[in-house]
Design a protein around this ligand. Structure first.
Ligand SMILES: C[S@@+](CC[C@H](N)C(=O)[O-])C[C@H]1O[C@@H](n2cnc3c(N)ncnc32)[C@H](O)[C@@H]1O
Ligand code: SF4
Length: 408
């Protein structure tokens, strides 16, 4: 009798467990994947020697009207990818979107809002260069509906700005932040870089302290990297030694934490409640439409359970050529690469990696991760929980090695 009862209990437990698992999966599959919109603006006043973004020094007048028209036509062609979803964020990046007039940005946004259903909490970011600031211009962006400004400060020291080939000096950087606040922005980011030529630890801390005093809601603090296809790659400046950069990072992180800037991603720090929703959607392997020269998109087709990557014509001349299509390429991500792609993004975030997010975004069962998770656990890179895993301090230090464990 005892044995029969035990068997019945085990059977019930197995059915219960499988049904729960099935229910979680159905829920995961039917929950909509958040959708963002990225808009690329490919011109700058001057090309910075370290920058490998798709940005071109402006040699003639800005083709503002033609470009806005092209962006809207490009979006029109992408509408079938929306699949009845609301847009959760818009990011106008570059290049230097702040070269465009507030009127052009206002028109673009009003048209987008007519074409796409937008979340009532829509985050709309515009990247601005402190060298393109006038008070009225920033007010105009605010009135156009931009509710988050991201300023490319890089440093608050004149000699560093000069080495970086920036078009602004330290005073202009501070003025740009003050103009941002005066224009009404309560949510804004400052981009800073560290590990700069001739930079000492105190210089990096000075930049952070100056930024903190200006009270941004968000700070992006990037280590300078020498990227192929940049002037710095071919005419390499001498950078601080690795141990100095390491110390800079440790002291900088401690300073930011002391001032309540929580690190939530490799290079991103925010005050409570102000992470960048747009970037977080990338790192959570959410979907995004990409319009504009060279813009990339990622779309999940829930019917075929496939992830599609798109990219648009890269050179502004080609993008604006009416005889050429906007779309320059579209690929289906092979199923065996999805785990790695998910981890490449999600492991950038400090929060735990969750199995239900993994399953929803990749359509793969968490069991495909078993061997990689075991290896990462043995190396003490992660600690596993029932819902997923948390990267350890060691794993965080060897993040690239940890990511590689998930390669197909
Ligand atoms: C596309 S730029 C946008 C801001 C705007 N174009 C500007 O520079 O003022 C985004 C940010 O990436 C960072 N960045 C660009 N190239 C980098 C590099 N080689 N290493 C580290 N950070 C870099 C800079 O902080 C820059 O502000
Ligand atoms: S202004 Fe920004 S996008 Fe333009 S070249 Fe410099 S870093 Fe790159």
């Amino acid at each position: 009798m005892g044995l029969v009862n035990a068997l019945i209990r085990v059977t019930y437990w197995l059915i219960y467990r499988n049904l729960t698992y099935l229910a979680i999966n159905i829920l995961a599959m039917t929950t909509l994947i958040p959708l963002s919109l990225y808009i690329h603006f490919p011109w700058c006043i001057r090309k910075c020697p370290y920058c490998d973004f798709n940005s071109h020094a402006l040699k003639q007048d800005l083709p503002e009207e033609d470009y806005i028209k092209a962006l809207l036509a490009d979006l029109q062609q992408d509408l079938s990818l929306v699949q009845n979803r609301e847009i959760v964020s818009i990011f106008m990046g570059g290049g230097t979107p702040s070269l465009f007039s507030p009127q052009a940005i206002a028109y673009l946004l009003s048209q987008i809002k007519q074409m796409l259903p937008c979340s009532p909490k829509l985050e709309i970011t515009l990247e601005a260069n402190p060298g393109t600031v006038e008070q009225d211009r920033f007010k105009g962006f605010y009135q156009a509906g931009i509710n988050r400004l991201s300023l490319g400060i890089q440093s608050f020291q004149d000699d560093k700005l000069k080495t970086l080939g920036r078009i602004h000096d330290a005073n202009a950087a501070v003025r740009a932040v003050l103009a941002t606040k005066q224009a009404g922005f309560t949510n804004f980011n400052l981009d800073l870089m560290f590990g700069l030529p001739k930079q000492e630890i105190d210089d990096a801390l000075y930049d952070l302290n100056t930024a903190i005093a200006l009270e941004p809601t968000h700070l992006s603090w990037y280590q300078l990297t020498l990227e192929p296809n940049t002037l710095f790659y071919h005419q390499r400046p001498t950078l601080p030694a690795d141990d100095k950069i390491w110390e800079m990072q440790q002291q900088g992180q401690a300073l930011l934490a002391k001032h309540h800037y929580r690190q939530y991603e490799i290079s991103a720090y925010s005050r409570e409640g102000f992470p960048c929703l747009h970037n977080r959607n990338y790192w959570e392997f959410g979907d995004y439409l990409g319009i504009g020269a060279g813009a990339h998109g990622k779309i999940t087709d829930s019917n075929t359970q496939q992830v599609i990557r798109t990219h648009k014509a890269k050179h502004p001349k080609d993008y604006l050529d009416p005889n050429r299509p906007f779309i320059a390429g579209q690929i289906k991500v092979p199923a065996n690469e999805l785990s790695f792609e998910f981890m490449l993004n999600n492991l950038r975030l400090k929060q735990a990696v969750l199995f239900n997010l993994f399953e929803q975004r990749t359509f793969l069962a968490k069991t495909v991760l078993t061997a990689s998770l075991q290896k990462a656990t043995e190396l003490l890179f992660i600690e596993q929980t029932r819902q997923g895993f948390q990267v350890t301090e060691l794993g965080w230090q060897f993040l690239n090695n940890l990511m590689e464990i998930f390669l197909p």
